[in-house]
Design a protein around this ligand. Structure first.
Ligand code: TYM
Length: 508
């Protein structure tokens, strides 16, 4: 057995969903985290594959290694390359009135993922978690969830394909069923090992991890994805502090009949006073908030940003800055988009040609418009706008546009197989609905939202059915089915045309 001295214990880095502190050298050892957590580093090849299959240049967070670790992101990409989509899941624990810049990191990246891959997104607000851990009333956490949701919506998520929910309001039967199934797979001893619970932890805390785990399974959102636990795979963007929740989730996934969620994980955006410090709502000078004014941003950066520059102008000119610990430099790596400019600043500041005051001014010039733009977008997020994100009856049909290409391919194959048919069919959704019914699937039975891609199981079942029911010459029933589909589509088109004509008449 090895023993550690008290001093050694104190200097160990700590990374849990509730505590993040650097080791003795004031730095977080990310390579060590990857080893201990058992995730993988994102390599150049994976980034290139993402760029290829999305036809989009990688986000700076990805190009610069700020999102640096993953679990089975490569498998999500492989499936996507074959035409299979997925959904994104991320979240926020609403414990303060506003978000700090570190919180924007996963949301900005998620927005990029949503646009690049064109996939739906669910965002969990864990008002229950913050009630259980913080000295806050539940009603306060519920109010903060809505306030924070405004800042999240201001990141520009598509309201049609993004569902935001707060645990205390959304908890529905299928969500609860998932939670209970997950909870049964994890012993208290395992939970202690993963999360560090002790005899003093309240039992709400001990029971909480399944709440954050459950949205990794699509049937928590039957209105969006149907009731099949394998209708879609899930990808979770977050900082690496959330990894323990999803390590646990992945361990139990197969036992409850679901896919393991994939993860893409970031480094931490460091606190203003240095990586060893914490961004804390109780110390407003430790972070910049999305509500800060231009003056506050300037003051905070000039007075409190930890500098790796020389103590005097002479020293800086002589030795240059230590970029490893310099906060303005680290922050620019997150938020200065121009790669060339960033490189130039690094060279000049690292060599002493640039002074600390200059790099701080550059940071002020980058952050001020970014925060001001955020504030303008947030002002547009009224309660009505927010209600669209929170609406738990988003119709599955909205996914048809997202998955049109995929479904058209599938539908085309089916049409070809059944022998000809109406390829000009412009009401794909109605035809698909009809097709599913004719194939013997009800939405709940197969659990597939119309327009959402199907799980491997579903594709297999469908293939078997198609082979079984393939129209052959003289197969009356198959020809009848094909005619029925065509008739249904024609009827729908005629209704649409009649409605359009009526509207035209009314207008004249
Ligand atoms: P919370 O509110 O602590 O943090 C919200 C998100 O921000 C990330 N984050 C950071 N990223 C970069 N630098 C930082 N300094 C920094 N601080 C926080 C977090 O990793 C998180 O992604 N329990 C969660 C809420 C949650 C969640 C989820 C998060 C529920 N379901 C699914 C991610 C994925 C929480 O309290 O996050």
């Amino acid at each position: 057995m090895t023993t550690t001295t008290e001093e050694e214990e104190e200097s160990e880095q700590v990374v849990t969903p509730w505590d993040v502190s650097a080791g003795a050298d004031g730095k977080i050892d990310y390579a060590k985290l990857v080893r201990e957590f058992g995730c993988s580093e994102i390599d150049k090849n994976l980034i290139e594959r993402i760029e290829m299959c999305t036809q989009t240049k990688a986000h700076p967070f990805l190009r610069r290694g700020l999102f640096f670790a993953h679990r089975e992101l490569d498998e999500i990409v492989t499936a996507y390359e074959k035409g299979e989509k997925f959904y994104l899941y991320t979240g926020r624990g609403p414990s303060s009135e506003s978000l700090h810049l570190g919180h924007l990191v996963p949301f900005q990246f998620t927005k990029w993922l949503q646009d690049a891959f064109k996939v739906p997104l669910v965002i969990q607000l864990t008002d229950d978690e913050k009630f259980l851990w913080k000295d806050l009333q539940l009603e306060d956490c519920r109010r903060l969830a809505r306030e924070n949701a405004k800042d999240i919506a201001a990141c520009g998520f598509n309201p049609e394909t993004t569902f935001i929910f707060a645990d205390a309001s959304y908890m529905c039967s299928s969500f609860y069923v998932n939670m209970v199934k997950i909870a049964k797979c994890v012993t208290f001893n395992q939970a202690k090992g993963i999360f560090g619970f002790t005899g003093d932890s309240n039992i709400g805390q001990i029971g909480f991890p399944p709440v954050q785990a459950a949205p990794s399974f699509p049937d928590c959102f039957p209105h969006m994805f149907g009731m099949n636990k394998k209708s879609l795979k899930c990808l979770i963007p977050c900082a690496i502090d959330q990894d323990p929740y999803f390590r646990m989730t992945r361990d139990v996934s197969h036992r409850i009949g679901g896919y393991k969620p994939a993860l893409v994980e970031s480094r931490f955006f460091p606190a203003l006073k240095g990586e060893s410090g914490k961004m804390s709502a109780s110390d407003p000078t430790s972070a910049i908030y999305v509500t800060d004014t231009a003056k506050e941003i300037k003051n905070k950066i000039n007075k409190h940003a930890f500098s790796g520059g020389g103590a005097t102008i002479e020293e800086q000119r002589e030795n240059g800055a230590n970029l490893e610990v310099d906060v303005p430099w680290k922050w620019l790596n997150f938020f200065l988009e121009d790669d060339e400019k960033l490189k130039e600043i690094g060279e000049k500041y690292g060599s002493g040609e640039m002074l600390t005051g200059e790099i701080k001014q550059i940071l002020v010039d980058v952050l001020t418009p970014m925060v001001e733009d955020h504030q303008k977008r947030r002002a547009l997020v009224t309660d009505e706008v927010l209600d669209v994100y929170f609406n738990p009856t988003k119709t599955p049909k909205v996914f048809l546009d997202l998955f049109r290409e995929y479904e058209e391919k599938e539908f085309g194959k089916w049409e070809k197989k059944k022998g000809g048919g109406d390829s000009e069919n412009d009401d794909l959704c109605a035809a698909l609905e009809e097709k599913m019914k004719l194939e013997g699937a009800t939405e709940n039975e197969e659990g597939c939202a119309i327009g959402a891609p199907k799980s491997e199981d579903w594709l297999r079942i469908r293939k078997e059915r198609m082979q079984r029911d393939a129209p052959t010459e003289g197969s009356k029933s198959a020809l009848k089915k094909a005619a029925k589909i065509k008739a249904a589509a024609e009827k729908k088109a005629a209704e649409k045309a009649a409605k359009a004509a009526a509207r035209g008449e009314a207008a004249t």
